[in-house]
Write a protein that binds this ligand. Sequence first.
Ligand SMILES: [Zn+2]
Length: 323
Amino acid sequence: MTTAFVLTGGGSLGAVQVGMMAALQEQGVTPDVLVGTSVGAVNAAYLAGPGTSDGRLESLSRLWNRMRRRDVFAPHPQRWVGAVLGAAPSLFTEDPLRRLLQDNLGYAELEHARLEVHVTAADLVTGEAAILSAGPVVTAVLASAAVPGLLPAVTRDGRTLVDGAVGDVDALRHADACGVDEMYLLPAGYPCAGPAPVSAAGTALTSLSLVLHHQLLHQVREYRGRAALHVVPPLCPLVVSPADFSHAASLQNRARHATRGWLTQSASHAAEPDATALALHHHAGWDRPPQTAWAQSPQTEGPQSPHTGDPGAHLSTLKGLTA
Ligand SMILES: [Zn+2]
């Protein structure tokens, strides 16, 4: 029995996937194949890891807990001026993320990873989807995470590559083609209960998260592969912006708890995959300051998750909504 994990994009919400994988690991569900897009590519490449060492998921969790926004999007006023004047292709450089990957992945080529790993990207010139399965891992992940306008495109094998969300890559079909028996889709989610983003990074990342969810909903509904597909429900309601990296620990904890609950509901992860968990929606009024009645009694007054049965344990996510 072989298993694939498919990890989608969502900026800082990639921490959610770590909590999901921790809950799956508790039940003995671990991947043989990893397919990642954007921040999902960061997680996939890290988890695929070098050598044969255990504890990779735990160290990924610690990496998320110490990661800050400047580790991906470092302020660079000179760059911002250049971007406005047409002298720079993006608001931020890829240098911080490149250093993060070089310092933490521990291997150089995708094909040298302990687990089979593939990352998705999109050709910015042709619009074609690209699946990267061999060659330098750092540039592959940088390409997959190159949010247009925020981070520069990556030139690789003669192609100009950006975030995999742009190319509408069918990661499910690709994972199925790897010949696995079971497949778990781990969506990073989007701030379905958050206010409209106010920063460039928040706007771009939230937009791509919505695009990815829309694609996933379609791909899950159209999935006819051989492998059994399980859709792990994303966190809902979720307030945290994909550009806010200060909630990694609480996102992981909440996702771990929610995924444990989902795993115990046999009907929710057996037989047909449940695409309804991915449907785009918004919780009106959820972004108000938490002084209303539901702040004391969220299970009865606040909006309820349409799919996870996880209405509480998220008040900490109401802080720091500046992105
Ligand atoms: Zn929701």
